[in-house]
Design a protein around this ligand. Structure first.
Ligand SMILES: Cc1cc2nc3c(=O)[nH]c(=O)nc-3n(C[C@H](O)[C@H](O)[C@H](O)COP(=O)(O)O)c2cc1C
Length: 324
């Protein structure tokens, strides 16, 4: 018999496939289907404190138009949270009753006390484990001592005091030092920063069991990382930002300039689309500018930088529907 069972992060799994938190793990019906399909465990769609707050503000807008009360905001927040958390705890109870694979709850909070409060309630509702979804984007170069990592340590220490089920930290890969260091470099002697080089992507050949190089060329979808950081930094960088990775045509050029780049680098697209892509992109760039009434690149550079668009800090899908 081939044994594919495993003990992972404090849970006994019949196989190593854990379904990540997403829209599919938001209903008992789908969780049952995932178990039938062979999943070893499921992570429920995250309970987002930010979503609760945003719903509360929507409700507040509606209620305020009917009557006003000094404590209205507290009431609405309280009831919105009670409702959302109540529904989430019901999902845990119902999922636990419906499937035999481990059910891992997931939370993402903005305030310190909510991490603890939600964790305790989730344990009481019977979840097998908890995933602390701490995917924040440390984009503020002036964060001081309170870094992503110290926040992660503080939260896990506090949660540990209050629950006894296993819990994991789900993290993003940026640390606070990135934006701070880039800003410092922008004040150094350089004439510009090229953001970012594309790393060598290692891959593994499972037949030969050898490490090999991954795909050498970028795809247009890979523009997002440099687009995000150009947009975040262009408001404060004291040098020129040159965008690199994922720029394949005039679309990428326009996006990066809107985010605040001075210029772009194009490489993979030359291999994939031949040198003719250069002139084609320039012609299309000029015709787009004409259509939009822009006379120079300065007319639209930085128009969509981070300054007025906090969305660049968003790293998560909140609610099913809009993004899914
Ligand atoms: C539609 C969708 C919704 C998601 N919602 C959440 C979420 O609520 N909480 C979370 O921690 N991750 C969420 N994720 C991230 C996934 O759990 C996962 O980490 C990510 O998609 C990368 O894994 P993959 O390459 O297998 O898709 C979501 C992903 C998708 C595609």
């Amino acid at each position: 018999m081939t044994d594919i069972s495993v003990k992972a992060a404090g849970l006994e799994l019949k196989n190593p496939i854990i379904i990540g938190s997403c829209g599919f793990t938001e209903t008992v019906e789908n969780i049952k289907k995932l178990e039938e399909a062979g999943a070893g465990a499921v992570v429920l769609k995250s309970l987002f404190e930010e979503q609760i707050m945003s719903d509360a503000y929507d409700t507040m807008g509606e209620v305020k138009s009917m009557f006003s009360h000094p404590e209205l905001e507290d009431y609405v927040k309280y009831f919105e949270e009670k409702d959302a958390v109540g529904k989430y705890l019901d999902l845990i109870r119902q999922a636990k009753a419906a499937v035999s694979i481990p059910v891992i709850a997931s939370i993402n909070c903005g305030s310190f006390d909510k991490w603890v409060q939600f964790s305790s309630e989730i344990e009481k509702a019977g979840a097998d484990a908890l995933e602390i979804n701490l995917y924040l984007l440390p984009s503020d170069p002036g964060n001081g001592e309170h870094t992503y990592m110290t926040t992660a340590m503080d939260i896990s220490r506090e949660v540990k005091k209050h629950i006894s089920i296993p819990f994991t930290l789900k993290l993003g890969y940026y640390s606070d030092t990135l934006s701070r260091d880039l800003l410092t470099l922008s004040r150094s002697d350089v004439s510009g920063l090229v953001l970012f080089n594309r790393p060598f992507y290692p891959d593994i050949d499972i037949e030969t069991e050898k490490i090999k190089g991954g795909y050498a060329y970028s795809s247009p979808a890979e523009i997002s990382t440099s687009l995000r950081w150009i947009a975040i930094l262009s408001d404060f960088a004291e040098t020129d930002l040159i965008a690199a990775t994922g720029v394949h045509s005039e679309k990428g050029i326009i996006k990066q300039i809107l985010a605040g780049a001075k210029a772009v680098q194009m490489t993979s697209t030359l291999y994939l689309n031949s040198f003719s892509v250069i002139q084609r992109s320039l012609d299309e760039l000029k015709s787009w500018m004409k259509r939009k009434g822009y006379k120079s690149l300065n007319d639209f550079r930085g128009k969509l930088s981070r300054k007025d668009h906090a969305i660049y800090d968003r790293v998560q899908f909140l609610r099913r529907g809009k993004e899914e």
